[in-house]
Design a protein around this ligand. Structure first.
Ligand SMILES: C[S@@+](CC[C@H](N)C(=O)[O-])C[C@H]1O[C@@H](n2cnc3c(N)ncnc32)[C@H](O)[C@@H]1O
Length: 234
């Protein structure tokens, strides 16, 4: 798909949030009920949250960092799936509030800590996890794309210049415990060659752990759960 078409698709998704999420304050997913706040990425509008929350290799008894937790579905599901410690971060204050609400509602606040953070910025430098995951804002735009701003819904869909993907791959490994896994929820609307180059620049290569063909906003999309491993390993 051409870049202009991808941007138009992303803008339609942002618009669908403005209409859909404003009128819906609850949804069901993965057999549970969830609160949806306005201005937060809405799992019922695409299948990505459900797909990744289902296929993530949760470190049972261990720790998970979810970057960009949105409504908190994945972070809460992680805690309910046996993770002993979950940290959920998001740059959007509305998403932080939404993740807190859903953690409370599902009674996992004792093991889900929620922080407002730009990627790893609010973590202690030595804070480490058995797995780190981000269902990322996959649509590439040129740097300085006028439509987007951090913390709003554009920031849940677009990554101008793929600056955030670059930082995720550069900074993520510093927060992994020994044997920890760096995971990314990606899809075919993203720029795979650019992501591959960024990974390669960090000495990493990508493995696809799970994929599925679905539709997102009427467009065919392939969801891909990726893992980054040092080149030469596994
Ligand atoms: C595709 S949405 C996924 C939301 C949620 N994990 C889900 O699956 O429903 C991407 C999320 O990343 C968050 N995000 C974007 N840029 C970020 C940044 N620099 N630091 C932390 N979170 C960010 C967005 O606010 C959004 O909640």
């Amino acid at each position: 798909m051409e870049q202009n078409e991808l941007i138009a698709l992303g803008l339609r998704l942002v618009q669908a949030h403005a209409v859909g999420a404003a009128s819906l304050d609850e949804f069901s997913l993965l057999g549970r009920d969830w609160t949806q706040l306005p201005e937060v990425f809405a799992p019922h509008l695409t299948g990505s949250t459900e797909f990744f929350s289902t296929h993530l290799p949760y470190p049972v008894g261990g720790s998970l960092l979810e970057v960009g937790s949105g409504t908190g579905v994945t972070a809460v599901t992680a805690a309910l799936s046996g993770c002993a410690r979950v940290v959920a971060v998001d740059i959007s204050p509305a998403a932080v509030c939404n993740s807190l609400l859903n953690a409370e509602c599902h009674r996992v606040s004792d093991r889900v800590r929620v922080l407002e953070s730009d990627l790893f910025g609010a973590l202690a430098p030595d804070e480490r996890f058995d797995a780190i995951f981000w269902n990322s804002n996959v649509i590439y735009t040129p740097a300085g794309f006028a439509g987007s701003g951090p913390g709003d819904l554009h920031g849940a869909v677009f990554d101008p210049g793929y600056v955030l993907h670059g930082r995720y791959l550069r900074e993520g490994p510093d927060h992994l415990a020994q044997g920890g896994r760096l995971l990314l929820g990606f899809n075919s609307l993203g720029d795979t060659p650019r992501l591959t180059d960024l990974a390669s620049g960090q000495g990493l290569r990508m493995n696809c752990l799970a994929s599925a063909a679905r539709h997102s906003g009427g467009t065919p999309v392939e969801f891909r759960l990726l893992e980054f491993v040092p080149r030469g390993e596994g």
